[in-house]
Design a protein around this ligand. Structure first.
Ligand SMILES: [Zn+2]
Length: 355
């Protein structure tokens, strides 16, 4: 029995048009770039009245910091009307998602143990995210500085990812944090790490924070989220780590492998659906096995060159070609092909009986 499956077409649902690719701007002078960073923040929905000028950087929403010397995406292209949780505000390379190198200044030493616990919170959430200690100060993605943070409730500031890279800086007010209860120390630090991988505030509507997008996998309010506004987190003495929805959310953004493979039993031709990352990817690889003379045979892996799915949902359509001579059980599994050619583990197997 031989079943040959042909690839007809892939249903690609675009969330945003990337016809205009985001391009890195040449490094401008620092004076020029402060204006560019402010313009970028304006473009994202922050009026000048919401942007705090703190010398070498701007601060928005109380704890998100934008250094004036950083490159910003091309404002004339794809960012028109996009939200923060778009694909430029998530990490995309597999060898970075799996190895986010964190370097802490020596002044962080009094709370270094809590920094490590905060990293472990995210590492143990079941997603592909892994924070690690940087091997040296030259090979680092995130730098943690000690700094004085103004305001009675604010104890830290950090960046969102830009251009597929983790947020670059975390500033922690060590003097304020070290006198807090241990559980609050680690969740507040974990909150800042959450921004560096693309999380906005869970309760953004309460404060009218612009251009946030809900993560569809986790609808509804979540009082236990460590990504609520900082003063909400610090006033909740029961918090000890990520909430159940925080974990679901990071697994939706950065799943360790494709999941929820599903054959639509009513569709002809066969349609396979699954869930995958929200960030930009190179595509997926698919392998299917068939039973030939009673022996299960893996067919060659083939690659779909696609990257966009609505809220991480993807669809692939098969058809049987004319040479199919009989029915059989089709077993399929899928893995993620990242933009740096990294591949995820295979998904669980899904099966469908071809009549
Ligand atoms: Zn925050």
């Amino acid at each position: 029995m031989r079943i040959i499956l042909g690839f007809v077409w892939l249903l690609v649902v675009l969330v945003f048009s990337y016809a205009c690719q985001v391009q890195e701007l040449p490094l401008p002078t620092s004076a020029d770039n402060a204006a560019a960073v402010r313009a970028y923040l304006n473009k994202l929905g922050y009026a000048d009245s919401l942007i705090v000028d703190a010398g070498e950087y701007f601060v928005v929403e109380g704890d998100m910091r934008f250094p004036k010397d950083r490159k910003v995406p091309n404002l004339t292209g794809a960012l028109e009307e996009q939200a923060w949780e778009d694909r430029d505000a998530l990490i995309e390379r597999y060898n970075r998602i799996r190895n986010i190198r964190v370097w802490a200044q020596p002044e962080i030493a009094p709370i270094a143990g809590h920094v490590m616990q905060a990293m472990q919170m995210w590492n143990n959430a079941g997603s592909s995210i892994r924070f690690v200690n940087a091997p040296n100060r030259f090979d680092r993605d995130i730098t943690i500085y000690n700094g004085t943070i103004d305001g009675p409730d604010a104890v830290g500031e950090s960046n969102l990812p830009l251009l597929g890279k983790p947020g670059r800086d975390i500033v922690l007010d060590v003097a304020k944090i070290r006198v807090m209860p241990d559980n609050i120390k680690k969740v507040l630090i974990a909150h800042e790490f959450g921004h560096t991988i693309g999380f906005r505030h869970t309760d953004w509507r309460r404060f009218g924070e612009p251009n946030s997008v809900d993560i569809p996998a986790v609808p509804g309010a979540d009082a236990a989220s460590i990504m609520n506004a900082v003063y909400i987190v610090s006033s909740n003495s029961n918090l000890t780590g990520l909430s159940a929805k925080d974990k679901l959310a990071v697994k939706a953004l950065y799943p360790s492998a494709p999941y929820s493979l599903y054959f639509d039993p009513t569709s002809i031709p066969v349609i396979l659906r699954w869930k995958g990352p929200y960030h930009r990817i190179a595509g997926f690889q698919i392998v299917h096995s068939t039973i030939q003379r009673g022996i299960e045979v893996d067919n060659p892996v083939f690659t779909i060159q696609t990257s966009d799915g609505r809220a991480g949902s993807y669809t692939f359509r098969y058809r049987r070609c004319a040479c199919t001579t009989g029915g059989g059980l089709l077993n399929v599994k899928v893995r993620i092909l990242y933009t740096d050619n990294g591949v995820s583990p295979w998904s669980a197997m899904a099966s469908v009986r071809i009549q």
